[in-house]
Structures are given as C-alpha cells and as structure tokens.
Design a protein around this ligand. Structure first.
Ligand SMILES: [Zn+2]
Ligand SMILES: [Zn+2]
Length: 239
C-alpha cells in the first residue's frame, strides 16, 4: 500500500477520522435493536447525538438545530440506508449515514450475530448488502457490513447481491502496484464488492481500507458497476 495518500484520499481519510471521532463520542442511553418498529433515536438520545455533531464534524448551531428537528419528527427511518432506492439526494444520504452510525453500532452490539453465515447474502443484523469482503485462511470469504459493522460469511465464489454462483459472472479488477486488494465485479447485476486479503487488516481497519481503496471504486464505477452499500464517509458514488 502506498504510504503517500493522494490529496483526495487524504481529504476522505480526514473526514473518516472525524466521523469516527463523532461516533466514539456518543454514549447512547437507549439500546437499539432491528426488532423495533421505529428505526430512529429515542427522545432521550436525540440531544446527545445532535450535540456530538457540533464537535469534530463542525456542524453549525443552525445545522444541528435542523437535524434535531428532523430527528424529533419521527419521520426518519435509518433502515432507508440499507435499501438503496435512490430517493434521497446524495447529501441527505450521507448525512443520514453519519448520524445513524451510533444507532447501527448499538444494534449490532445488541444482536451479537458476528461471524454467522448470511444465507441470502445480506447482513444478518441490518439487511444491507455488502460492499467489502476479506479472504481468510482456508480461503473462507468473510463479508463486512458497511452500515452496521457486522461481519459474516457467504460463498467464496459468487455474488452476494444477486446470489449468482456462476464464476463466469464475476470479473476481477486490481490496481497496479497495490497488492492484497481487488474488486469483484458481477456482470449479472452490475454490482461489485471490494476484497482484501485478511493480512491487510493487521495494519488498518476494514473501514480505513475501504477509504484507501477508493481508486478501485472509481475503476469499477467507470465500468458501470455499482456499490450496494455506502463507504465509511457515506458515499456510494465516487464519480
Ligand atoms: Zn449490517
Ligand atoms: Zn450479482
């Protein structure tokens, strides 16, 4: 992995650090689970989340006020992030993603379903399709959910989005000079997953690897393939 980050990657990495800092700074009072009817913050947590946004992420008081209002309206459904229906603007999607991170982290911890098999290729906690995977020893392929951070197993060869098991549907792309990472592009549904050798997470979290490998997203998207889940700064489209 190149040690010098290109300027746009550095910008993304800095934003990711701020988002991570925001998320780590939020101590929710309530414990969330997917089984609830409403997928948003309870009254007692709205203030905490809104306050934390004005810290590392530099939201202005006016912006925080608007976000608080939106959260209090009860109309926000964080699960909209798991079904990319394209109804939201990219900015709204990104903001919703950032705000929802403590919520999904709580949900993942409540469910405690790490390392299970995902029979339908979707995250067993929040239902999102994966965009990241790790090849482990014995060639097992572990998927990482970009929405809630849950990890689970699915077929080594195949597409978790359309469930194709035909190896001919999958094309691999790599970056020159970058070892240990690749893109798995599915011709059948035009989605892709980025895959890392598991030894790479010794140095970086998978979320950080997602940022460092944005050049792979760019190549895949230039070829007409789509991410099924946002990256750790809430972006789906890189072009
Ligand atoms: Zn998930
Ligand atoms: Zn597919």
């Amino acid at each position: 992995m190149s040690s010098e980050l290109k300027p746009y990657l550095k910008e993304m990495a800095d934003l990711y650090k701020k988002i991570h800092e925001f998320e780590s700074g939020v101590q929710l009072r309530y414990t969330y689970s997917p089984l609830e009817q409403a997928h948003h913050y309870r009254k007692e947590d709205i203030e905490t989340v809104a306050e934390a946004l004005s810290g590392p992420l530099d939201f202005t008081a006016e912006e925080v006020g608007k976000i608080k209002e939106a959260l209090s309206s009860g109309k926000i459904d964080f699960m909209d992030l798991t079904s990319d229906n394209g109804k939201m603007s990219e900015d709204d999607f990104q903001l919703l993603y950032i705000i929802s991170r403590p919520f999904f982290k709580s949900m993942k911890n409540t469910m405690n379903m790490d390392n299970m098999f995902w029979p339908d290729g979707s995250c067993s906690v929040c239902g999102a399709k994966p965009s990241l995977s790790l090849i482990e020893k014995e060639s097992q392929r572990k998927y990482d959910c970009s929405v809630c951070g849950n990890e689970g197993y699915y077929m080594r060869i195949g597409c978790p989005s359309c469930l194709s098991e035909n190896p001919q549907d999958i094309n691999i792309i790599t970056l020159e000079g970058e070892e240990g990472m690749r893109g798995d592009l599915c011709d059948r549904c035009k989605s892709y997953c980025k895959t890392f050798e598991s030894s790479m997470i010794a140095d970086h979290s998978i979320e950080y690897l997602d940022i460092l490998s944005i050049p792979l997203d760019i190549i895949a998207q230039e070829k007409g393939f789509n991410r099924r889940a946002p990256n750790p700064v809430g972006l789906m489209k890189m072009l």
